[in-house]
Write a protein that binds this ligand. Structure first.
Ligand code: GUN
Length: 294
């Protein structure tokens, strides 16, 4: 059994990005810049955005965060998006989700210029990704593909079971892994809250990706001997002994599942750091206008 070290791979990729950026700066070019919009004070969202700012620093990027109160209107948010769309020094930006209930997530996402949509959430990027055109790919699925690639995990012809059908992880990942690509060429099954016999289906998987947001959902009885298990879960559970007062729990019962696996990602330190680094890669792509040209 090998533990997939997402933190280490992410550090390697950030160093690669930093070297490229310093080279660009040495040639007299400006630094890439990522912006983030955050609404309200949700603890997990604050942490994610702080981690993105930190990663920008490590990659040699500029970053800015636009903060709004929970009571902000959709109009105010759309005005900020229009401003970032027009700013020639902002290469890409994200709107941290979830948004307060009185704001339409879909209208907000569709207001982002697809050329600056480094989260890959705009329907134009989702559609382009689905038909195999150049696009910004959602960061978590891109990070998972990178881990499979860097660890040399075979995917062609393998059965991959994706638990969860979210627009951010499950659905795009299922699309990507079924495409003619490396990693890819998988036979993919998507399971969700209405799926019957989830355990039986998971036991037939070469690769299981758990992305349902249910702590310790995947148990050893649901996994075949030698499977690869990718854990996308990051639920905060109270932990009075931890400095922050909480601990991150994955969707996999790690201690009992790990001994059966050929490869497994831990939480934390598996998929999470790769998600952030994929956002950095998308920002560099936006800076270089690699997806859409000028
Ligand atoms: N909320 C949870 N994950 C994400 C993400 O990848 N991007 C944004 N914008 N919000 C999120």
């Amino acid at each position: 059994m090998q533990i997939i070290d997402g933190k280490k791979v992410a550090a390697e990729i950030k160093a690669e990005i930093r070297a490229e950026v310093e080279q660009l700066v040495a040639e007299g070019k400006r630094r890439p810049q990522l912006a983030a919009i955050i609404v309200g004070s949700d603890g997990a969202s604050q942490t994610y955005v702080a981690n993105k700012e930190k990663a920008c620093g490590e990659c040699g990027f500029r970053s800015q965060v636009l903060r709004f109160a929970e009571s902000a209107t959709e109009q105010e948010l759309l005005a900020a998006i229009a401003q970032l769309n027009a700013d020639g020094e902002v290469d890409g930006f994200i709107v941290q989700l979830p948004l307060p209930r009185h704001i339409s997530e879909q209208r907000v996402i569709e207001a982002i210029d697809p050329k600056k949509d480094v989260d890959g959430f705009h329907p134009i990027n989702v559609g382009r990704m689905a038909v195999g055109l150049p696009s910004y790919v959602s960061a978590t699925p891109a990070g998972i593909k990178e881990l499979l690639l860097r660890y040399g995990i075979a995917t062609s012809g393998k059965h991959c079971v994706v638990l969860g059908r979210s627009n951010i992880v499950g659905r795009p990942l299922a699309t990507l892994l079924s495409q003619k690509d490396t990693p890819g060429d998988c036979t993919v099954t998507v399971c969700h809250s209405r799926t019957r016999n989830i355990g039986e289906i998971c036991r037939t998987a070469d690769i299981v990706v758990a992305a349902l947001g249910q702590p310790e959902f995947l148990t050893s009885g649901m996994v075949a001997e030698g499977a690869t298990v990718i854990d996308v879960g990051t639920t905060r559970v109270p932990a009075p002994d931890a400095k922050s007062g909480f601990r991150l729990k994955g969707d996999v019962k790690f201690d009992e599942v790990a001994p059966k696996c050929s490869y497994i990602t831990p939480v934390p330190g598996g998929v999470g750091p790769m998600t952030i680094v994929s956002l950095m890669k998308n920002t560099l792509k936006a800076y270089k206008k690699e997806v859409y040209g000028s």
